[in-house]
Design a protein around this ligand. Structure first.
Ligand SMILES: Cc1cc2nc3c(=O)[nH]c(=O)nc-3n(C[C@H](O)[C@H](O)[C@H](O)COP(=O)(O)OP(=O)(O)OC[C@H]3O[C@@H](n4cnc5c(N)ncnc54)[C@H](O)[C@@H]3O)c2cc1C
Length: 189
């Protein structure tokens, strides 16, 4: 086992290059470097009070951003996957009002039959979550201190909030391949 960070893949040489300068040769290379949270270039996506729920650091940030309903009077969560639902549950357990923006017309309807999907919508609403189906984030508005103060949806609505949770899925964590030999990108193995 090698504790190290792969900076480059050199497919012609069947070699990977580590950040400490070491190189390791391979016969077969499996890339299993996980994923990173999606951000789609929304205006305001890097403001204070805007965060994901991916790492331990995100969890610590949530402790700061939303310790109780006095500090966080409303949170808006963007993205109706499992992590979004988990985040909504965590915030509701602190009695923090939550608006949940979901682009699908019904929760998880890409993977669930209609009846089950509608059951989840109902269940979420029973937990006093303000579920907005078929609604996308357009923009996050800043206050004078660079902190999120509201979101604007593609339905033209402005929702005042203190925290914005971005839980719109993940992308393969393969940026390090950009440093790699150019023909890797062209499909060389
Ligand atoms: C908040 C949260 C809750 C989740 N809950 C569940 C759950 O309840 N049940 C469930 O089944 N799944 C859950 N998941 C999903 C699950 O964590 C992932 O599907 C799983 O970890 C993916 O495994 P992986 O091996 O592909 O990637 P990872 O677990 O991310 O592993 C990737 C590894 O690659 C390493 N790496 C990255 N880049 C490099 C590099 N350049 N050089 C060397 N090493 C590198 C990383 O350090 C890491 O060790 C959850 C995910 C999140 C974010």
């Amino acid at each position: 086992m090698v504790n190290g960070y792969i900076e480059k893949v050199l497919p012609e040489k069947k070699t990977v290059s580590l950040s400490n300068g070491d190189r390791i040769t391979y016969d077969a290379l499996v890339i299993a470097t996980g994923s990173k949270p999606n951000k789609f270039g929304w205006p305001g996506q890097d403001l204070k009070g805007v965060q994901g729920l991916y790492s331990k650091q995100d969890l610590e940030q949530l402790e700061k951003n939303a310790p109780n309903k006095n500090v966080c009077k409303r949170a808006v969560i963007v993205g109706g996957g499992l992590i979004g639902i988990e985040m909504a549950e965590m915030l509701r357990s602190r009695d923090i009002p939550v608006t949940f923006l979901v682009r699908e017309t019904s929760l998880r309807n890409g993977v669930l039959p209609k009846g089950e999907s509608e059951m989840i919508n109902e269940h979420i609403r029973e937990h006093h979550i303000d579920l907005r189906l078929d609604t996308n984030l357009k923009e996050i508005l800043s206050d004078e201190n660079g902190k999120a103060k509201a979101v604007v949806t593609d339905r033209g609505e402005t929702i005042v909030c203190d925290v914005v949770g971005l839980t719109a899925g993940v992308t393969p964590n393969i940026d390090f391949l950009k440093n790699s030999a150019s023909n890797w990108a062209k499909g060389s193995r």
